[in-house]
Design a protein around this ligand. Structure first.
Ligand SMILES: C[S@@+](CC[C@H](N)C(=O)[O-])C[C@H]1O[C@@H](n2cnc3c(N)ncnc32)[C@H](O)[C@@H]1O
Length: 427
């Protein structure tokens, strides 16, 4: 093979010019750096507490590295949502984090840099313009890599994920998001229509043509009937373009996500929210569940995706296949804490109904919690261990009964991404 052919293959597997041009013109998501004064955008993957839970077994990651620092890569960081969240959450937790941001798009980087400056977080962040497929190893190895909504835009996503895996430390892990096929029904119909109509190649002309086409579609069109995607309606021009007009874009079914991780030597710890990938969330018939539940995790998750129909993206955490780390389980010294809910108000609402209602992309699921849940929930402060929470009861419940109720309550709330456990660092 001539050298110039090898060269162009290398460039095309790393990124496509159309992708870079799109994000130069429409940095995604649209963000105004001044809004950093008002709010912190947080989400998955990359929420610090989730990362500690799924990647580091519930123990402080900086205490697990020789340098006392955790090294993070935000690959395809866009306008900076994950970067800003991780940098701010690390500071809030007094964790030492060194973060590298890599993106193809200069204009996205400018917004991400301005957001970081606005929060005075620039000291520990390095900004790089280019493809992480080529550059990740040069700046690594990393303890944690965040790559959200990016790999499905690469000409060769498998090679992209292998490049990230090569830049990961043996005990590190990644938070990833790739599109889900079923929940995006209609999106690829729109992309195909654009293709068949020989639509403009890029920029404002492509956007205007795409909007004209979308506005002409009848109510029977699958995209018009899909209530689970909304970026084309709520996300401004950047959102419309990103959802419907992308020219390098694919989606995954659960089986493909497992294959994707495995070919890169990675193991899936879990999806977010874990409950969405569990058939019992959707079905209570024993005759069906008898067959659905006695199969490997991959099969259960694939079935759950088919049952739900509303999974628009797969958010998941991976570690190296050989890494045996598991998320923490309840034990006397584990410290429970809420990830994104206000504990006292959850305790009050569970006390009234005995239930918790969780809504995932248009589907509400109600779960009954054990009787002691309100009393336990009201005592969770992110500082007390489970053993200490038990000690605050007067009179004390039977210990076996308390632990059993805690375990059932925890399994529901953890699967809903509401309650996690923190373990003290190993001495
Ligand atoms: C949909 S945006 C997602 C941005 C961000 N991760 C988020 O979730 O908000 C995709 C980003 O990936 C970047 N990107 C695509 N391919 C890349 C590559 N090979 N190397 C670096 N960045 C890339 C694009 O420039 C764009 O900013």
């Amino acid at each position: 093979m001539p050298d110039d052919k090898k060269m162009s293959d290398a460039v095309s597997s790393a990124s496509s010019d159309k992708t870079r041009d799109q994000y130069e013109t429409y940095p995604y998501p649209a963000r105004n750096p001044e809004d950093e004064d008002k709010r912190l955008i947080s989400g998955s993957p990359g929420n610090w507490d989730e990362v500690v839970h799924f990647v580091f077994g519930g123990r402080d990651p900086s205490a697990q590295t020789k340098s006392g620092k955790i090294k993070i890569l935000v690959a395809g960081g866009g306008t900076g949502d994950a970067l800003v969240m991780l940098a701010q959450q690390a500071r809030d937790r007094k964790a030492k984090a060194e973060i590298v941001y890599i993106d193809l798009s200069e204009s996205s980087r400018a917004i991400a840099e301005a957001r970081i400056k606005r929060r005075n977080l620039e000291k520990n962040v390095t900004f790089v313009t280019g493809s992480f497929v080529d550059l990740a190893s040069k700046y690594g190895p990393f303890d944690y890599i965040d790559c959200c909504g990016v790999l499905h835009h690469l000409p060769d996503p498998d090679a992209g994920l292998r490049a990230l895996a090569d830049a990961l430390k043996p005990n590190g892990g990644m938070g990833l998001m790739v599109y889900g096929e079923l929940g995006r029904t209609g999106v690829y119909h729109m992309q195909e229509m654009m293709e068949r109509l020989n639509a403009e190649a890029g920029g404002a002309r492509r956007l205007n043509f795409g909007k004209a086409l979308f506005n002409s579609l009848p109510g029977t069109n699958w995209l018009k009937r899909n209530p689970f995607v909304g970026d084309h309606i709520n996300g401004g021009d950047a959102g419309f373009y990103d959802l419907l007009l992308h020219q390098q874009d694919r989606a995954y079914r659960v089986d493909e996500v497992f294959d994707f991780a495995e070919q890169a030597g990675l193991r899936i710890q879990n999806f977010i929210e874990p409950m969405r990938y569990d058939p019992t969330t959707y079905c209570s018939r024993h005759d069906v569940l008898d067959r659905a539940m006695h199969v490997p995790f991959r099969e259960r998750a694939a079935l759950a995706e088919l049952m739900a129909g509303n999974i628009t993206k797969h958010t998941f955490y991976v570690v190296k296949a050989k890494n045996k780390v598991q998320p923490p389980q309840p034990s006397p010294d584990a410290i429970p804490f809420f990830t994104r809910l206000d504990g006292p108000s959850l305790a009050r609402s569970v006390a009234k109904t005995g239930n918790i209602k969780i809504t995932f992309t248009g589907l509400s699921v109600t779960r009954t919690l054990p009787a002691a849940s309100p009393a336990i929930l009201s005592r969770i402060d992110g500082k007390r261990s489970i053993a200490e929470i038990y000690q605050t009861f007067d009179p004390k419940p039977e210990k076996y009964e308390f632990n059993a109720q805690f375990a059932v309550m925890y399994s529901v709330l953890c699967a809903a991404n509401i309650l996690y456990l923190h373990l003290p660092s190993k001495k």
